[in-house]
Write a protein that binds this ligand. Structure first.
Ligand code: NAP
Length: 331
């Protein structure tokens, strides 16, 4: 697989000069691109601000895999062809970001339980058959990859949301009361996943009420033990979670209607937005005495899980975290 031990110093220098600074710190671990290099990628539209290549390429170097992780701007109309192309070119796998996660549900050959249960695909693993007929990720075929390849869709976002909330805020979710702002793609998955974690109550707030109603009715059907309602609570809660896109731009309105809910009524506030590092919501929450965390942990853990699906090996979390921090915050 990796050819770093046999490559000349000159070759390595050439490759390293074309790589971002974070990769230059681990020169012995980077194999030059050659005919055995394998590829992963993220597809999105737009894609220019994706931090995933930085995070994944640092991890691939650490794992000494002669793979590269790329980013492509794929218009949703072209998503089927782009996935088919990656499969034909024997890519290891793909990540999908806005606006592809729902569309891809119908475009993969197989759905893993994680994608079926949460209703969205953010990771595709390409698989081929061993001699015994068993389908395996393409890492199991180091020399010759068969032509007969299938795509398997996974969801690594749902677990990542919960892991990040628990680790970054030190919050145990069972029995908690949560206000969830937003019922788009990320808000819906968060609501369902939190319900599955046996939270006591979920208060759903969204600009388009019908979307929050649809999520509430899905929760009532699938997780009847959870007390789900629409609108802000009257009393204090354990967590307020922002899953709207308000806060991405500096002149965005607050995602919280302060006339209906005071931030000091929440013990903790999590904002899925990670750029800027401290959104106006998080700043106000910190000033109100709440524990706060942004969505960088969610991005990290969904990426780590995707890597584990492709490689079958534990992801080098701290290497990925520091590559992300450097890429997103320059530190
Ligand atoms: P989405 O499907 O487009 O949903 C956007 C949500 O924001 C909807 O609830 C929408 O309300 C609400 N919204 C947008 N503009 C609004 C406005 N002007 N006023 C009130 N509400 C508004 O996007 P998504 O994929 O769910 O992503 C939501 C947020 O989570 C984004 O900020 C995204 O960057 C972040 N995110 C972070 C991660 C991570 O790894 N940290 C992963 C995924 C998403 P309507 O339903 O009324 O349109």
């Amino acid at each position: 697989m990796g050819k770093s031990s046999s490559s000349s110093f000159a070759q390595r220098k050439l490759v390293l000069c074309s790589l971002p600074a974070y990769n230059r710190r681990v020169p012995d671990q980077i194999a030059p691109i050659d005919s055995s290099t394998r590829y992963c990628a993220v597809f999105g539209h737009p894609i220019s601000h994706s931090a995933s290549p930085a995070m994944h390429n640092a991890a691939l170097a650490q794992l000494r895999l002669n793979w590269r992780y790329l980013a492509f701007d794929v218009h949703p109309d072209n998503l089927p062809e782009a996935i088919a192309g990656a499969r034909r070119m024997k890519f290891i796998g793909l990540n999908l970001t806005v606006p592809h996660k729902l569309l891809a549900l119908k475009m993969v050959d197989q759905l893993d339980d994680s994608a079926r249960v949460w209703g969205a695909v953010n990771t595709i693993c390409f698989e081929a058959r061993l001699a015994n007929g068993e389908w395996r990720p393409l890492i199991s075929f180091p020399t010759e990859v068969p032509e007969d390849i299938r795509s398997r869709g996974f969801n690594s976002d749902a677990d990542a949301i919960v892991r990040s909330i628990q680790e970054d805020l030190g919050l145990k979710l069972v029995g908690t009361q949560i206000v969830l702002l937003g019922a788009g793609g990320a808000g819906r998955v968060a609501a369902l996943k939190l319900a599955s974690e046996n939270v006591a109550a979920l208060y759903l707030v969204n600009r388009t009420l019908s979307k929050a109603e649809a999520v509430a009715s899905e929760i009532r059907k699938r997780f009847p033990q959870v007390n789900v309602s629409l609108g802000y609570p009257k009393g204090p809660v354990d967590l307020l979670l922002n899953a709207t896109s308000l806060g991405l731009k500096s002149d965005d309105a607050s995602p919280v209607d302060r006339s209906q809910f005071e931030l000091r009524s929440a013990r903790a506030v999590y904002d899925m937005i990670y750029r800027p590092a401290e959104t106006p919501l998080l700043k106000a929450a910190r000033e109100a005495g709440c524990r706060t965390a942004n969505g960088i942990g969610m991005l990290l853990y969904q990426g780590a899980r995707a890597l584990e699906i492709w490689t079958g090996r534990p992801a080098p979390i701290e290497v990925m975290r520091s590559a992300l921090m450097k890429n997103v915050y320059g530190r």
